[in-house]
Design a protein around this ligand. Sequence first.
Ligand code: NAP
Length: 335
Amino acid sequence: MKVAVVGATGLVGTKMLQVLAERNFPVTELIPVASEKSIGKEITFKGKQYKVVSVEDAIKQKPDLALFSAGGSTSLIQAPLFAAAGITVVDNSSAWRMDPTKKLVVPEVNADVLTADDKIIANPNCSTIQMVVALKPLHDKYKIKRVVVSTYQSVTGTGVKAVDQLFNERNGIDGPKAYPYTIDLNVIPQIDVFTENGYTKEEMKMILETKKIMGDDSIRVTATTVRIPVMGGHSESVNVEFENDFDLAEVRELLSNAPGIIVTDDTANLKYPMPLDAHDKDEVFVGRIRRDETQDNTLNCWIVSDNLRKGAATNAVQIAEYLAAKNLIGQAVEA
Ligand SMILES: NC(=O)c1ccc[n+]([C@@H]2O[C@H](COP(=O)([O-])OP(=O)(O)OC[C@H]3O[C@@H](n4cnc5c(N)ncnc54)[C@H](OP(=O)(O)O)[C@@H]3O)[C@@H](O)[C@H]2O)c1
């Protein structure tokens, strides 16, 4: 399969190349794409060198599949051009996620919604992906009424510039800023811009995307998203109220048996998920599983995952794997 990676020089794009190679996705030819400034730059994939090309050149080379991680504005303009040429696009930006004509997919939760007519498929927001992977098996069993989530998100979620800001600050270097405040030794209770209701866009993504992926508008979600100076992944404190009562041992069993989840919950031995341990892993880690003793049918847990992997690259490649397995790639041209 000819595969274009649009945003191949970025944090997510680089991880995408790594995940494609590791999972042995059947790439016969790679087409790395980035902005004007990177054209001609060499990228190594499975021991072979490839030159970065422009989006226009990539479309001319007629890939079967394009994995996009080049930001929302690039995606809004470029993804329809790829789709019109019959190329299946899996997009990591927020551009298409809430478009009712586009599918928003986490394979463990709703891969079965995909058809050959889907030419632009949206990869959800990183903090939403890890939360729905963990909540889906519990929703199926106990039916979720309400979720209260607070996040502790890695600087890698903001891209190369943010990682540079953290390490520049740590090394006393005055460089470009991805955040309006110092991030080293600090916590910033703002991810993305504020909307009219006082929530940030990241918080609204968690609220709206959860309903769309789970296919259930009745799930009420409220979120506070926070940036912290860590690298390995995003962490979430999640409080979930169910319609029905649950048994804690059964909750642990349901989570342990669900695809893509590792339960790390042994407080006697001080075992719980942490971003340092989740770093470079594909799974979603769940721990600190306990009853909320202030309210009936309510559970507290702690969910951690590598935002560049399951939160972005791995989820996109898993979507591509599903499409390939079902022979749904590159069959129809989007009108
Ligand atoms: N980081 C995460 O955890 C995460 C998770 C989920 C989704 N995402 C989404 O994935 C996207 C990329 O994030 P990132 O963290 O990888 O950012 P990043 O490190 O800043 O990389 C951005 C990439 O996009 C390329 N690009 C920018 N403008 C372009 C254009 N006009 N045409 C073609 N390529 C262009 C850049 O190329 P140059 O190197 O040439 O500038 C670079 O390869 C964003 O939409 C982000 O919201 C990120």
